[in-house]
Design a protein around this ligand. Structure first.
Ligand code: AMP
Length: 407
């Protein structure tokens, strides 16, 4: 495992102390019901440890995006308090303050006994949260003596509740078990992988993945590209790609990456065939969409590539089967449509069948693997899409950097 140079909850004593613990409870909700509680479950080891050690456990998190006042009622953390209570088998007191740190939160914290748990309202109820404003950071800090950050999903952002607050809580400031696990798995894969190391990137746009492509090419043995972003590479190779998604401003970049792969002696695998359609499905999951499979050099001018074809699936599955470490981020096609999801499914299946250390970098690919029931066949499924991508780019994550260094 890669060494994490940050203090963790194992390095501190929280007995009798007020501990503010930033979690990632950003779960999907439908009509007020949680539809996937993975992120809450992933936070349990840290919360249980803090309870067992006799801390006064004050939890906070954001949930969704809040643009206007009207968004607030549907983004309350109240359902999370309920679910967390069930999972912990003990009361989680919900402090329902519209200003997050208000009379309810202060009274609830003042009444806490060792081992009690309080959950604050959605931190994004405060506009300053995402601007890392001092006032909200100070308000949060006023509740606690110690800070624990276990929210990997927001670690790539510097907000009040994960970074700003560390200026005002005396400390220590440490990371929780989930954060530690995420960094260890991703760090090990990128910095010290058991080889062959295969990285798989998909998703819509090349422009979103420029740095991650470049950085992973240096680290991996084979880089596999799928999804919409593959077609800019195919065009750079000189193929006609019809009406497939393309970013003409990134053709030169793709050429550069192919040259870089050659120079470094790395394999860069691109689709050799495609599932094509004559329009983008609307609605996206339209099961009636008509498809055809063609070799990559045979895409007609009026058709678009929507998924990797069967030869590509086989090629990619074989590369995964030969690997000892695999990192995957981004779908291979328009997986939201069952007719166009075979490529993404095939890659998920290849990871599930593999004996390698397999890591899925959050987001759509994590959702796909979870939906397919593969979660227990993958070594590590990250809880953070954006955060894991930035980590794979080689960037320092502000949420991690803000924790105290190990002595
Ligand atoms: P991203 O947010 O970059 O990870 O991209 C995910 C999105 O890429 C999904 O919503 C997919 O539907 C979309 N996508 C994948 N393959 C294609 C493709 N060949 N053409 C258009 N969109 C695609």
């Amino acid at each position: 495992m890669a060494a994490l140079n940050k203090k963790t909850i194992d390095d501190i004593n929280v007995k009798g102390k007020r501990v503010l613990c930033r979690c990632d409870f950003n779960v999907p909700l439908k009509n007020g019901e949680i539809t996937d509680d993975n992120r809450i479950v992933a936070a349990l080891p840290t919360i249980k440890k803090l309870i067992a050690d006799g801390g006064k456990v004050i939890l906070c998190s954001h949930l969704g995006k809040i643009k206007t006042e009207e968004d607030k009622p549907s983004k309350t953390l109240a359902p999370v308090a309920k679910r967390l209570s069930e999972l912990l088998g003990k009361e989680v007191k919900f402090a329902a303050d519209p200003e997050v740190v208000g009379p309810n939160a202060r009274a609830a914290v003042a009444a806490m006994k060792d081992g009690d748990v309080v959950l604050l309202e959605n931190t994004r109820y405060r506009k300053e949260e995402t601007k890392n404003g001092d006032e909200f950071s100070k308000d949060l800090a006023s509740l606690a003596d110690v800070f624990v950050n276990d929210a990997f999903g927001t670690a790539h952002r510097a907000h009040c509740s994960n970074v700003g607050v560390t200026k005002y809580i005396k400390g220590p400031h440490v990371v929780g078990y989930l954060m530690e696990k995420e960094i260890k798995f991703l760090g090990q894969a990128v910095e010290n992988p058991v080889r062959p190391f295969v990285a798989i990137l998909g998703g819509a746009k090349v422009a979103d993945k420029l740095n991650v492509i470049s950085n992973l090419l240096e680290k991996c043995d084979t880089l596999i590209i799928g999804g919409g972003m593959a077609y800019t590479f195919e065009k750079a190779k000189g193929y006609e790609i019809g009406t497939s998604l393309v970013d003409d401003t990134k053709i030169d970049y793709c050429k550069e990456m192919m040259e870089k792969a050659d120079k470094l002696g790395k394999r860069l695998l691109l689709p050799v065939d495609a599932v094509i359609t004559d329009h983008f499905p609307d609605p996206i999951d339209d099961p009636e969409i008509k498809t055809e499979v063609v070799d990559i050099d045979k895409i007609p001018a009026d058709k678009m590539g929507m998924d990797i074809g069967p030869k590509t699936r086989e090629l990619y599955a074989k590369a995964v089967a030969d690997a000892k470490t695999v990192v995957w981020n981004g779908p291979m096609g328009v997986f939201e449509n069952p007719v166009l999801s075979a490529g993404t499914r095939a890659v998920a299946q290849a990871l599930a069948d593999s004996d390698a250390t397999t890591i899925i970098g959050g987001g759509d690919s994590a959702a796909a693997a979870n939906q397919m029931g593969f979660h227990d066949k993958i070594t590590h499924i990250s809880t953070g899409g954006g955060a894991s991508l930035e980590f794979l780019e080689g960037k320092e994550l502000p949420g991690v950097a803000a924790a105290d260094d190990k002595d």
